[in-house]
Design a binder for this molecule. Structure first.
Ligand code: ADP
Length: 432
C-alpha cells in the first residue's frame, strides 16, 4: 500500500509539473514568461484532493510567482544536484514532497519551476500500519482466546461422555450419560450410547437370569435322583421296588439329557453361530417324518392327527435341520398338551403370497396372560395344575429364536381348556 501510494503521489506531482511547464514560454532575451492568467485560472478550476503548491524562480533564484494556496509560505529552492528528484521535506510543519526542474532555453538555465504536494494523506498509511501492527496480533490473541473458550464449552459434553463411560463397568451398568441441553449431534451420540447401554444391560440381565434358571433346572432332577437313591438304600427292598425307582431315575436322567441337549442348542443359536444352510426343502415330508417319530406317543394318548396339505407339495428355501427342529417342537407340544382321544390338525397352505404351517390341538390351552411369556426360556405355564406333563420350558424359546433367524413369523391363538393353534408364516414362496 505504501508503495502504491508513493507511486501515485509521484505520478501526480509529475503530471502537475508537466502541466505547469506548458504555462512557461521564453522570449528572445533569455527570460521566461509565465502565462500567469492561464495557470492561475487552471489552478482554481482544477479539482484536486491533495493541494499542489507551485513556485516559479528566475535564474538568480528569485521568486517570480507562486500559487495562491501558499499564502505567505514559501517552498525552498534546493541546490542543482536535487533537480528532477523527489525530495520529502516540510512546509509549515506539514510533510510535503517536492520536485524542482530547471527551465532551460538554448542550453541555459533561465529559471526553476518547483512543484510540491502535501503528504498528509500519505501519513494515513503509517497510521494504518501502526493500527495493523497493534490490532492484528491483538485480534489474533482475542480470536485464540474466544476459540479456546467456545471450543472448551462445546467439548464439555464430550468430556462428560468420556468420564461417564469410564465409570461404566460390567458391574455398574446402571449409569447413563446425562443428555446435553442442545439437541445437536452430541445429544444424539449420548442418546445412542445410552440406548446401547440399555441393550447391553438387558442382555447381561437376561444372561444372568438364564444362567440361574439353567442351574436351578439342572439341579432339580439331580436332587430328585439323589433323594430317590438315598431312600432306596436305606433298607433292603424287593425286586419290584428297585425296578420302579431305577426306572424313575432313568426317566429323570433322560429329562436331564434332553435339557442339556436343548441348552446346547440354545447356546449355539444364542451366538447366531449356527450357519444357515439354505436348500429347497419339502415341508410335507418334514411334517410326516415328525409324525412318525412321535407315533408311539400319539397312539398312547389315542390322538387323531389330521394332516391337510390340499393335495399340494410345499417347498421353501430354508435350512432343513432348523425347520425340522421347529416342527418337532410344535408337534411334540401339541401331542404333549392334548387331552386324550382328541384331534390334532396339521396344515400346510398358501396364505396370500407365502406358505404357512399350522398345528392346532384340543388341549389344555394357555392362559391369555401367559401367551407373551411362553417363549421365554424355562417359562412353563400352569405347571401346578398339570404336574403330570413334563417339560423344560426351553422348546418354544428355541422355536422363537430359530424363527427370528429364518425370518419366519410365528403367531398363536389359544383358549384355556379348549386348545392352542400355532401358525408359522414362511418368508418366501417357492411353489413347485
Ligand atoms: P415345555 O418343555 O414346558 O413344553 P416349551 O417351551 O415347549 O416348554 O413350552 C413352554 C410352555 O408353553 C409350556 O410349559 C406350556 O405351558 C405352554 N405350551 C406350549 N405349547 C402348548 C400347547 N400346544 N398347548 C398348551 N400349552 C402349551
Amino acid at each position: 500500500m505504501r508503495f502504491s501510494v508513493n507511486q501515485h503521489v509521484n505520478e501526480e506531482i509529475k503530471e502537475e509539473l508537466y502541466k505547469h511547464l506548458d504555462d512557461v514560454s521564453t522570449d528572445a532575451n533569455n527570460t521566461y514568461l509565465i502565462q500567469v492568467d492561464q495557470w492561475r485560472a487552471r489552478e482554481h478550476n482544477s479539482f484536486s484532493v491533495n493541494p499542489v503548491f507551485v513556485e516559479f524562480y528566475d535564474n538568480n533564484n528569485l521568486l517570480i510567482d507562486k500559487s495562491p494556496n501558499l499564502k505567505n509560505s514559501n517552498l525552498s529552492l534546493l541546490e542543482n544536484s536535487k533537480n528532477n528528484l523527489f525530495v520529502d521535506t516540510k512546509l509549515n510543519g506539514i510533510p510535503i514532497r517536492q520536485i524542482q526542474t530547471p527551465i532551460i532555453n538554448k542550453n541555459k538555465i533561465v529559471g526553476y519551476l518547483v512543484v510540491a504536494m502535501s503528504l498528509e494523506d500519505f501519513e494515513i498509511v503509517q497510521i494504518l500500519k501502526n493500527i495493523l501492527l497493534i490490532s492484528y496480533p491483538l485480534i489474533l490473541i482475542l480470536l485464540y482466546l474466544f476459540a479456546r473458550f467456545f471450543a472448551g464449552r462445546s467439548i464439555i459434553p464430550v468430556s462428560t461422555i468420556i468420564d461417564t463411560s469410564r465409570k461404566i463397568t460390567k458391574d455398574n451398568l446402571k449409569t447413563r450419560i446425562p443428555l446435553p441441553n442442545n439437541k445437536d449431534e452430541l445429544f444424539a451420540l449420548s442418546q445412542t450410547i445410552n440406548n446401547l447401554l440399555d441393550r447391553v444391560e438387558n442382555a447381561i440381565e437376561r444372561e444372568k437370569q438364564f444362567t440361574s434358571d439353567a442351574s436351578h433346572e439342572l439341579r432339580t432332577p439331580l436332587a430328585v435322583i439323589k433323594g430317590t437313591m438315598e431312600v432306596l438304600i436305606r433298607k433292603p427292598r424287593n425286586q419290584h421296588e428297585y425296578e420302579e425307582k431305577i426306572q424313575f431315575c432313568i426317566s429323570e436322567v433322560d429329562r436331564l439329557n434332553h435339557m442339556v441337549d436343548q441348552l446346547l442348542l440354545l447356546a449355539r443359536f444364542e451366538n447366531q453361530k449356527q450357519n444357515i444352510k439354505k436348500e429347497s426343502i419339502y415341508l410335507n415330508a418334514i411334517v410326516l417324518d415328525n409324525l412318525t417319530r412321535f407315533s408311539d406317543k400319539i397312539e398312547q394318548k389315542k390322538l387323531k392327527v389330521i394332516t391337510s396339505f390340499n393335495n399340494d407339495d410345499y417347498y421353501i428355501d430354508s435350512d432343513n435341520y432348523l425347520i425340522s427342529i421347529i416342527f418337532s417342537n410344535l408337534i411334540s407340544n401339541a401331542i404333549k398338551y392334548s387331552k386324550n382321544e382328541t384331534e390334532i390338525s396339521i396344515k400346510l397352505f398358501n396364505d396370500k403370497d407365502s406358505i404357512s404351517f399350522s398345528v392346532a390341538d384340543n388341549g389344555i390351552g394357555i392362559a391369555t396372560n401367559d401367551i407373551d411369556k411362553i417363549f421365554t426360556s424355562f417359562y412353563r405355564s400352569d405347571v401346578t395344575n398339570h404336574s403330570e406333563i413334563k417339560g423344560t420350558g426351553l422348546g418354544l424359546s428355541i422355536v422363537k429364536r430359530l424363527c427370528d433367524l429364518l425370518k419366519i413369523e410365528i403367531t398363536l391363538t389359544s383358549e384355556i381348556d379348549k386348545g392352542t393353534t400355532f401358525v408359522l408364516k414362511f418368508p418366501e414362496v417357492n411353489l413347485k
